[in-house]
Design a protein around this ligand. Structure first.
Ligand code: SAM
Length: 223
């Protein structure tokens, strides 16, 4: 069953804007607004000055609330999801139209190197609830690392459900030569009305290339 949800952004005094999302209540992975997406969208809103004017790519965007908020605050946004999930990509186009926002919509499957990925060069990469299947981590982080390398100083901001203890991010950072520069409890940044409607342990991580680690790896490889 299709439904439209509305998401409000602003301070306690006044709503600045709302975003409407078409959802499919089957809870299809890409057609439902996952709690991680609500946390990441709020983070984008609260850091809007950092987003304004920058190239932003959202990976595994699904119903794409964080990317739409980025577009609303002035980013040049490319919304992406698995290239084979045409229904999800079509829904993204519809949601952009519904909110009168101009974003690129692109099929981008993690670990697949189509020509389009080479010109993205994002300053900020977003990913809400993209760390849910360990079998996909290598492909996802291959894409994230490639995008981080394509634009020096860029950052990957992701929210994830911490279901299995707290070592996931540390493990992935070492494996991929990345470093986590910020780790927050997702609920700490939500206004109380939004926090009251969500549950779970959601964390937000900001991730960058760990240049020291990359140099170390390549020099030891040369010996
Ligand atoms: C749990 S959903 C999260 C959707 C949205 N970011 C949110 O938080 O509401 C995971 C998303 O990752 C996408 N995804 C899964 N595997 C993928 C892959 N290999 N390449 C690209 N996207 C993928 C799914 O289609 C889905 O939209």
């Amino acid at each position: 069953m299709k439904t439209i949800s509305r998401h409000f952004f602003g301070d306690s005094e006044k709503t600045a804007f709302s975003i409407s999302i078409v959802e499919n209540m089957k809870e299809d992975y890409g057609l439902f607004v996952w709690p991680c997406s609500i946390v990441l969208a709020e983070y984008v809103w609260q850091h809007k000055l950092r987003f304004s004017g920058n190239n932003v790519v959202e990976l595994g965007a699904g119903t794409c609330l964080p990317g739409l908020v980025a577009a609303k605050v002035g980013s040049n946004v490319t919304l992406t999801d698995d290239a084979s999930r045409l229904e999800v990509l079509e829904n993204m186009r519809g949601v952009c139209e519904l909110n009168n926002l101009k974003c690129e919509v692109l099929g981008l499957t993690w670990g697949v190197w189509d020509a389009s990925i080479f010109s993205l060069q994002p300053k900020i990469i977003l990913g809400a609830d993209v760390l849910y299947d360990a079998r996909a981590f290598d492909a996802l982080f291959a894409t994230v690392t490639f995008l981080l390398q394509s634009n020096p100083g860029s950052v990957f901001i992701t929210t994830y459900h911490n279901r299995s203890g707290h070592h996931l991010i540390e493990f992935l950072m070492v494996k991929w030569g990345l470093k986590c520069v910020k780790l927050l409890d997702g609920f700490s940044l939500l206004p109380s009305d939004k926090a009251a409607r969500l549950s779970g342990n959601i964390q937000l991580a900001e991730i960058m290339l760990n240049h020291e680690q990359i140099e170390e790896t390549s020099s030891s490889g040369a010996r």
